[in-house]
Design a protein around this ligand. Sequence first.
Ligand SMILES: [Zn+2]
Length: 379
Amino acid sequence: MAGGTPKTMEVPRTTVTLADGRALTYFGTIPERPADYPDRRQLPAPDVQARARWDSLVSEWVVIASHRQERTFQPAEDQCPLCPSTAASLTEIPAPEYDVVVFENRFPAYSGTAGDQPGQPGQLGQPREPGQPGLLAARPAVGRCEVICFSQHHLASFADLSSGQAATVMAAWADRSAELARLPGVEQVYCFENRGAEIGVTLSHPHGQIYAYPYITPRTDRMLAACASYRHGTGRSLFDDVLAAERADGSRIVLAGRHWTAFVPFAAHWPYEVHLYPNERVPDLAALAPAARAEFCELYLDLLRRFDRLFDGPAPYISAWHQAPVRHRGGDFALHLELFTIRRAPGKLKYLAGSESGMGAFANDITPEAAAMRLRQLG
Ligand SMILES: [Zn+2]
């Protein structure tokens, strides 16, 4: 693998099996004897029938997963499925306390492995050209969807974590990314957090998700094409040059550490959007050196706290890790994180309206330089 051997941080972990056969892994504080905390619930086996259909007009897969309509939506706090279990309430996490846990989503958009289910791309249609799925092509949506709980405290947020707790989350992200990348049929692993009811989060407990896709996602596909074209034209790495250009310009830098640079991108799509790049390009989380992981936790917590000071309440945000797809680790794609909020002012959200949703054409009414200055001043 390019980027060297995965450098796994020394965080204790142990894996158990939930009542319906799903796996759950504790990271950090682990039950000394997990058998003392079995999952006592009666759960039917997950009913998963997701399929991916090919949209031939825009060359994208779309997952059709009707079972997800039944998933839990904003339960009362004492019914939260992500809090630790108590005598009165049996949750997804059997133990009475935890630091960080990861488990398979009960309502996944992607599940199973390539060998489990019949059907391959293009099976239902006539290919138009080699390697291109045909019209009306569908395939099983194999892959994995996992939930990662950042804290056992229901009312906490990621920004409330200590850097030690954030490091445990970081270790869990790296561990899961490396493991899911090894599943047959998985092409890309994506760790992300949606925060805030405005983003459509169905559970307020601090948590994120990890998706293992059976294909390369549209946005990543475009970035790979941009990298290839830039390499072809200049002989250089696009990600390296973007970072160098931002550092040389300086007007959009929010935070600069020894190992990371946080900046508002030159053509930001969102009112407040920050990209975090490691100063030394690596393909994925598993390839990050320990010192870079440690510094990331400090910078990221600082950034999240600045986001929370932007408005009169916690900022709704999406935080997205971009990692090189499984079969592109040796190329130019660089690990980075993209953090953005859809809030542009107190009480005002940027909705994806006609131009953005209908045409994918973005307009942003806050200049990236003004956004960067505001975020610098909130330190
Ligand atoms: Zn909770």
